[in-house]
Unconditional design. Structure first.
Length: 120
């Protein structure tokens, strides 16, 4: 999985695109002005940067994602578990549940994920 690094500002912008795609670059400029108080030049600069990172494309004035929001966050989660827990999902779950009791629904969802992944 490719590694994508986004700063806080880029992340806000990416969320805006994911929520509204496909979107024309002109409409994105208007939306960025309204939601982020950005000037046209700021929008185009940040758009160019995240396109260069391979997350989005601006083709013929249409902005679309090359990486889905779900795929992006899955990669971020994997990276976090790798860096913080040596890639150990059981260590992550132990740390996560040490301060927060899991609900029965959460336990059932995790059990379902485990069952679906047995034998993979």
């Amino acid at each position: 999985m490719a590694e994508y690094r986004l700063g806080q500002v880029e992340m806000q912008f990416a969320e805006l695109i994911w929520a509204n795609e496909p979107i024309s670059s002109g409409e994105l400029v208007k939306l960025s002005a309204d939601r982020l108080s950005w000037k046209k030049s700021t929008t185009h600069t940040v758009l160019r940067r995240i396109c260069e990172k391979g997350l989005f494309q601006n083709k013929d004035g249409q902005v679309t994602s090359l990486v889905s929001k779900e795929h992006f966050f899955a990669g971020q989660s994997e990276k976090f578990v790798q860096e913080t827990f040596g890639g150990s999902l059981p260590r992550f779950l132990a740390a996560f549940t040490s301060r927060k009791k899991m609900s029965q629904k959460e336990i059932e969802e995790i059990q379902k994920i485990i069952e679906e992944n047995k034998g993979r």
